[in-house]
Ligand binder design. Structure first.
Ligand SMILES: Nc1ncnc2c1ncn2[C@@H]1O[C@H](COP(=O)(O)OP(=O)(O)OP(=O)(O)O)[C@@H](O)[C@H]1O
Ligand SMILES: [Mg+2]
Length: 373
């Protein structure tokens, strides 16, 4: 089976690591020959994943294509699909998700709980929607890792709003943020991974680390799982999907956003679950039986993010110390250059004891740094 991946970042890299177990010849399209996935595939093509010709020519001879980022040329994928190439997730699902306006409209049309919203074209439109405040402004396209998302608490914040097509949505009083990963095969059979909980740094409001399985009230978990399945069934697309959800202070569950691909909230599944999210997506692409998503042991993920004030050739401070710790797995993505905030790698910790997970996560956070020398 000739399998193509659009995008050559760390998600593509980890997908290729899992693909090495199966009967697949792998192809990657990315416009950087030094990207994290470039050296792990059988065939690398230099090209822009947003360009029609680049995507179409890349996909023409392949049996199946998937994505590791949504910002791809969907028209080319549609043409490939119509010519018999298997494209999972479907181009139509990618189109719905990659634009936050269409994505929010999809939730509304399918009666999937998500915060109320309006569409804005210019910053000045915000003035007429003060009744939605406190609110969150999100660019329809082009945002990632929190860029393109702006919290607007009061009228004074309007000047921070976007001047491009955007969604303005009500700010939810979040108690817990979780992610649920759902896989669906061509027959419509689904699996769902145990929930992952994001733990935020109370001072900086940055993702500190992640725990899985999250300890949720049973009723809340059922609600969240039903909603996540409804999202994937509504998209009517085989593939692997990560649904980010908010649990509010009253126990209500809201969809924040969906990613139609393997996701950073599922890195731990490599070591902590029977079938990793990467393995699961490959099984779906190759028409193999679905795997077992259950956790073998609880786990935590700590991201290795480029340190503030450091730009240039990366050096991993504290690596030896972290590698000496028990049941800790280091993943370095192979990016030569670090810069503040760049995702350089992650560390997974597994343990039956949640206190041990939290303790080690904090230790790793303060020990391992992506800096420059
Ligand atoms: N409606 C909302 N109410 C309250 N908080 C929100 C809302 N929407 C987003 N946030 C906060 O902002 C964060 C980033 O928003 P979102 O997930 O939409 O952006 P993103 O650019 O996709 O970020 P990432 O790539 O980190 O997932 C959320 O994880 C949440 O903490
Ligand atoms: Mg998000």
């Amino acid at each position: 089976m000739k399998l193509g991946i659009l995008g050559g970042g760390q998600l593509g890299r980890m997908l290729l690591q899992a693909a090495a177990n199966y009967d697949a010849t792998t192809y990657v399209l990315e416009n950087d020959a030094q990207c994290p996935a470039a050296h792990l595939c059988h065939h690398f093509t230099l090209g822009n994943i947003q360009d029609f010709d680049a995507v179409y020519n890349f996909g023409k001879g392949l049996d199946a294509i998937t994505i590791e980022i949504e910002a791809v040329n969907v028209d080319a994928l549609e043409k490939l699909e119509s010519e018999g190439v298997k494209v999972y997730p479907t181009p139509s699902a990618i189109r719905t998700i990659k634009n936050k306006i269409l994505q929010k409209q999809f939730y509304k049309d399918n009666e999937i709980p998500s915060s109320s919203f309006v569409i804005t074209q210019h910053q000045s439109d915000l003035l007429s929607h003060l009744s939605l405040f406190p609110a969150v402004h999100k660019m329809a396209e082009g945002g990632y890792d929190g860029k393109g998302v702006q919290i607007l608490n009061t009228e004074k914040d309007i000047e921070l709003g976007f001047n491009v097509p955007s969604v303005l949505e009500q700010k939810i009083k979040i108690a817990t943020e979780i992610a649920l990963i759902v896989g669906m095969n061509a027959k419509g059979e689904t699996i769902i991974y145990p929930p992952a909980e994001m733990i935020f740094d109370p001072i900086y409001n940055l993702l500190d680390y992640q725990l899985s399985p999250a300890k949720l009230e049973e009723k809340v978990l059922w609600k969240a799982q039903a909603i996540a399945r409804k999202v994937v069934q509504g998209l009517r697309s085989p593939g692997l999907f990560a649904i980010e959800l908010f649990i509010d202070t009253t126990g209500d569950v809201w969809v924040n956003e969906t990613a139609p691909r393997v996701h950073n909230s599922g890195h731990h599944t490599i070591e902590a679950n029977y079938s990793s999210q990467y393995d699961m997506l490959l099984r779906i692409l190759l028409d193999y039986p679905l795997g077992n998503p259950d956790a073998i042991l609880p786990s935590a993920i700590v991201n290795i993010i480029g340190s503030e004030g450091c730009s240039g050739e990366v050096y991993y401070e504290g690596l030896t110390e972290v590698l000496k710790m028990d049941n800790v797995f280091v993943h370095i993505y192979g990016k030569k250059q670090t810069k503040p905030g760049r995702k350089m790698g992650h560390v997974t910790i597994i343990s039956k004891d949640y206190q041990d997970l939290t303790h080690k996560a904090n230790k790793i956070k303060h020990t391992l740094k992506a800096i420059t020398k």
